[in-house]
Each structure stands twice: as C-alpha cells, then as structure tokens.
Design a protein. Structure first.
Length: 269
C-alpha cells in the first residue's frame, strides 16, 4: 500500500479529514523548505504538497507566482526540490509527499530519469498541471514502474465522461479544483462543490481532495465536511510572504496557521 493510500485509509478509520498544505520548494529560501514541511506535519498536516518553481505557472495566481519567482532567484530546480524531499525523508518516512508542477522541467530531465529520481527521493505522487491524461501514457508508465501515484485535476467544468477517463488513469487521490480560475481566486460555493463531489464519487472510489479557494479556518472546515481532504496553498504562501522580512518567524507562522486549520477541520467533523 502506498503512503497516500495508507494515509487516507487511516483517516477514514479515524473518521477524520485530511489536510494538505502546499508550499513552493525554495520559497522564500531553500534552507527553509524542509524545516517548514516538518513543522506543518507537527501542526497536523497529513500530506505535504511541494510546488516545483516554474517561470510561467499558468494555473497559479499572483501569490503563488511570486513564490516561484522568489525560489527562482535562488535558481531552485526540479533536482533541488527532489533533494529537499530526500532531506525531509531522513527524519520522516511516513508523511506522503506530492510534487506539483509543470511538464517542462520533467521533459528536460526525461520521464524515466525523473520518475526514478522522484521515487528514490521519496516522492509519493505527482501533479502535472499542464499534462492532460490523453497525452500522459508514456509518463504514466514510468510512474507505474516506480510506484508513484499520478494525481489529476478535475475542474467544475469537467463532464462525467471525462471524469471517468481521468479516474481510469489516476492514483492516490483526485484533486478537485473548486473554482474556475487560478489559485487564490474568489470565494467558494460549498453547495456547488458538494454537488460536483457527488458526481465524481458516482464514478470513482478514489479519495477526493478539494483545493483552490481555501483561505481560512472557516472555509477549510466547511469544505472538510464534504471532501476527503482540504488543500490549502495561497493562504499559506501569504503567511510565508508576510514574514519574509523576519525569516526567523516563518516556520512558526506557517505551522500556527496550519494548526488553526487542523483544529477547525477536526471540530467540524
């Protein structure tokens, strides 16, 4: 059983909902990524999602774009992010780690090389935002060979036939993008999200995580009532960004925010 499957199985047996914080590898400083990740786990994170910095992150709003820009000032590469995961694994071999990024760095590294290196580093799943499943078969074969879960996005506009196709190619969990737009976009409509999750679950047994638009404890709690896990990205990046002038506070501010969300989610369920 993969770390991701094991984690969701544990959550289900405990009648709990997952919390998946997102941070950009290397933001605001490469030396802080691993300490932040460990602190998030201590604060109640169930899965850590790490973004690979990219110069043109089309699915990301201004907050996450700035995070990529800050990391790229340190020339943080895909290889560097894999090294961060390897460092994280030295003291945490249980928490699932998912990479989120775009195809260009993977294309440059090569599918087989990337999948092998990711598995060796301790990566459990990969989200490639700009790779539709119709064009993913070569990379999916490498992921399967290296026991990495391919995680795909489902949008509010995704119809049932396409959800079925995505499900056939996905592993780990399905990531429902709750808003039409980029990360950090407008407010959530919990009722609309609930209706779409019912549609997804009618054709899939995979856990469904919801992201894009989780801004605070209240929105996290509301979505946790209907999702298997809540993904929080831009709101966490904003906490990091706000403390850049006082880097010694970044780890505490980040973990404090995640602890608030964890408490709200647990109380809601």
């Amino acid at each position: 059983m993969s770390r991701i499957a094991k984690k969701f199985s544990e959550l289900k047996s405990q009648s709990r909902k997952g919390l998946i914080p997102y941070l950009t590898g290397g933001d605001p400083d490469p030396e802080l990524t691993v300490p932040i990740a460990h602190a998030l786990v201590q604060a109640g994170a169930d899965i850590i999602e790490i973004g690979v910095p990219f110069s043109d992150p089309m699915a990301d709003g201004p907050v996450n774009q700035r995070a990529s820009d800050r990391a790229l000032k340190f020339n943080v590469s895909l290889t560097d992010v894999l090294n961060m995961v390897h460092e994280f694994r030295k003291t945490d071999n249980e928490t699932p780690v998912v990479l989120m990024g775009y195809m260009n760095p993977i294309e440059v590294m090569g599918y087989a090389t990337f999948a092998k290196a990711a598995a060796k580093a301790g990566v459990d799943g990969v989200i490639t935002v700009d790779l539709p499943p119709e064009e993913a078969q070569t990379l999916l074969a490498e992921f399967k060979h290296n026991e990495i879960d391919p995680i795909f996005l489902i949008a509010p506009t995704t119809d049932i036939q396409r959800i079925k196709f995505i499900n056939q190619n996905a592993g780990g969990f399905l990531y429902y993008v709750s808003l039409k737009g980029v990360t950090g976009a407008a407010s959530l409509d919990s009722r609309a999200v609930s209706e779409k999750l019912n549609e997804i679950r009618s054709v899939s047994d995979l856990p469904v995580s919801v992201g894009f638009g989780i801004k605070d404890a209240n929105s996290a709690a509301a979505i946790s009532k209907i999702a298997d896990a809540v993904v929080v990205g831009s709101a966490l990046i904003q906490k990091i960004e706000a403390s850049i002038s006082q880097p010694e506070k970044i780890v505490a501010e980040s973990s404090g925010f995640i602890a608030e969300l964890r408490k709200a989610i647990d109380e809601a369920n």
